[in-house]
Design a protein around this ligand. Structure first.
Ligand SMILES: Cc1cc2nc3c(=O)[nH]c(=O)nc-3n(C[C@H](O)[C@H](O)[C@H](O)COP(=O)(O)O)c2cc1C
Length: 178
């Protein structure tokens, strides 16, 4: 059975989280939703001791995510567009995946799949740079990007229950399964 790990990089319970919770509910397989805003994930210190040990020296909530990322088949990562980049919360998470990078060819992330969700206050085309940043992250880890979807929403509750959103979620689920 395919294992899905869904990660929200928004610091607020807003649009990204709403969409990811809808995706979570629609997936009928093994799944877990991680809200980074609820966790204590320190910034990477850049010590690079993981180059040798393949482990991070920082004992925080990231330690519980490493085995979950190893076990997952498909990652679904969502972030708000912050200055045409990912949120700081998600960037800290991304930087803390560097121990996997030092596993090299044997990296546990290699061959996994990822789907990205980006929410920005501007037009959806404006969030494309964020998708590209995320695709680069995936590519560096040898993770295959299977798709992405950008939404336009500014205030926390702009994306809410609606037939249009249900349709978008259905399309995303189809893409993730294909
Ligand atoms: C610090 C900050 C920077 C932002 N930068 C952009 C931006 O460059 N482009 C954009 O379209 N929206 C930008 N926004 C708007 C957010 O992407 C928007 O509010 C989005 O709905 C946030 O998603 P969330 O509800 O999941 O947190 C920014 C918001 C904040 C707080």
């Amino acid at each position: 059975m395919t294992k899905f790990l869904i990660i929200s990089g928004s610091p607020r319970p807003g649009n990204t989280e709403f969409i990811l919770k809808k995706i979570f509910a629609a997936i009928k397989s093994e799944k877990e939703l991680i809200l980074l805003r609820e966790l204590n994930i320190n910034r990477c210190k850049g010590c690079l001791s993981c180059d040798k040990s393949k482990k991070c020296v920082q004992q925080d909530d990231m330690q519980a995510i490493y085995p979950k990322a190893r076990a997952a088949d498909v990652l679904i990562i969502g972030t708000p567009n912050y200055f045409n980049n990912v949120s700081g919360l998600l960037k800290d998470f991304i930087d803390r995946t560097v121990p996997f990078f030092y596993e090299g060819e044997a990296s546990a992330l290699r061959g996994k799949k990822v789907f990205f969700i980006v929410v920005g206050g501007g037009e959806v085309e404006n969030s494309q740079p964020v998708v590209e940043i995320l695709q680069d992250f995936a590519q560096i880890h040898g993770i295959k990007t299977i798709g992405s979807h950008c939404f336009k929403a500014q205030n926390a509750n702009d994306i809410a229950e609606s037939p249009e959103i249900s349709e978008e979620i259905k399309k995303i689920i189809k893409e993730i399964k294909s």
